[in-house]
Design a protein around this ligand. Structure first.
Ligand code: NAD
Length: 363
């Protein structure tokens, strides 16, 4: 298969973890005889420094030409004081909004040997395997007006939360379809006791659910869901939620997996083009030290093969290799300390090499 991937490493640990993901892509290319072109582009803080724009036109064009986009992470203290429009994170919103990538898929899976790296008791975590389907192009992050203004001599800030029925409908279909392939349960998360957006959300989700009679639907308030994720995460199969709630809940769920360095994500639209990125940020505290965990980015590549290229075998091959590395007790720093299964501390580079070696069949 001939494929084009836009590769945007970004800032901080972004380039370090993306480098490992590229090794994995090349290993898969060779093993399965694909022809994969990697088009590297500049994004985030680095792009601000060079072009004064977090997503320069040439990077946008490169993404337009590609079948899928792989992104590391953007941002860092150096750019923290820039105005909203000029900040590195604006590049993410532009990519998601520009390509209409409205569905963010975040699998939360517990690797048994990592359950000791989590702050939650291992017996609570055993067998946890759910997916968060987060609406990504609506709600509070995109609603207008969005500004800071002065009224009666005092500064005030406004963010606006809006949702159209069509936006809720299309993301609900994504969640129900996903549940059909899994354990047939959708938990729709909202704040319908307070927010009008949530009341519409609940009504539309109920309507959509009638097309999926084989899927069991439950509604849950977001505050309760935040508690249930750490109290009894096994109850979930597919969590469907809006933009802001999904952002917060998926970071909370990261605790379950033992490290934020283990969580991949895919952002999808109506077509096959998708944006694939780890859910973590640029980790300025560990950047440049070759200690970051690259597995979230590598697992994001597996999602790319599954969702954008429809190459399930290749996706599974990558996921199995990650399973095997974890099973053998080779851990990066974030997973190593305090884990009784930890055998060998490995660097970012070494972790990338180990995954490739297993894919090649050499380990
Ligand atoms: P962060 O995810 O970068 O880091 C949080 C903690 O997790 C840190 O202690 C870090 O060392 C650790 N961590 C993160 N990824 C890791 C990995 N792969 N391996 C090992 N440890 C890892 O979140 P933050 O500190 O809140 O944000 C730092 C910067 O990243 C900010 O500028 C923020 O805006 C940006 N950010 C970007 C994205 C993105 O590009 N999608 C997402 C979140 C944050």
């Amino acid at each position: 298969m001939k494929l084009k991937i836009a590769v945007l490493p970004g800032d901080g640990i972004g380039p370090e973890v993306v480098k490992q993901a590229i090794k994995v892509i090349k290993t898969i290319e060779k093993k399965y005889g694909h022809k994969i072109e990697l088009l590297e582009g500049i994004v985030g803080g680095e792009a601000i420094d060079k072009y004064g724009d977090p997503l320069p036109d040439e990077t946008w064009k490169l993404c337009e030409e590609s079948d899928a986009i792989l992104l590391g992470a953007v941002g860092g203290p150096k750019w923290d004081n820039l105005p909203g429009e000029k900040r590195p994170e604006k590049a993410l919103l532009k990519l998601r909004g520009g390509f209409n990538l409205f569905a963010n898929i975040r699998p939360i899976k517990v690797f048994e040997k990592l359950s000791f790296s989590s702050t939650i008791k291992p017996e609570v975590l055993k067998g946890v395997d759910f997916v968060i389907v987060r609406e990504l192009t609506g709600g509070l992050y995109f609603g207008k007006p969005k500004e800071i203004r002065v009224e009666n001599g005092e500064e005030m800030a406004i963010d606006t939360m809006t949702y159209k029925a069509s936006e809720i409908k299309r993301i609900a279909h994504v969640a129900f379809k996903m549940a059909q392939k899994r354990n047939k349960k959708v938990t729709s998360v909202d704040k319908a006791n307070i927010l009008e957006c949530s009341r519409l959300w609940r009504k539309i989700v109920d309507e959509v659910s009638k097309e999926y009679m084989d899927v069991n639907l439950e509604h849950m308030y977001v505050d309760n869901c935040a508690m249930q994720i750490v109290r009894n995460p096994k109850q979930f199969d597919v969590i469907l939620t809006e933009n802001t709630f999904g952002d917060i809940l998926s970071d909370e769920a990261a605790v379950i997996t033992g490290s934020i360095g283990m969580l991949p994500s895919a952002s999808l639209g109506e077509g096959t083009k998708g944006l694939y990125e780890p859910i973590h940020g640029t980790a300025p505290d560990i950047a440049g030290k070759n200690i970051a965990n690259p597995l979230a980015t590598i697992l994001s590549v597996a999602m790319m093969f599954r969702y954008s290229f429809d190459l399930e075998k290749e996706a599974k091959d990558i996921e199995n290799a990650v399973d095997k590395v974890i099973d053998s007790g080779y851990f990066t720093q974030d997973l190593f300390t305090g884990n009784p299964y930890a055998k060998q501390l490995v660097s970012t580079e070494e972790m990338g090499d180990l995954v490739c070696k297993i894919i090649e069949g050499g380990a």
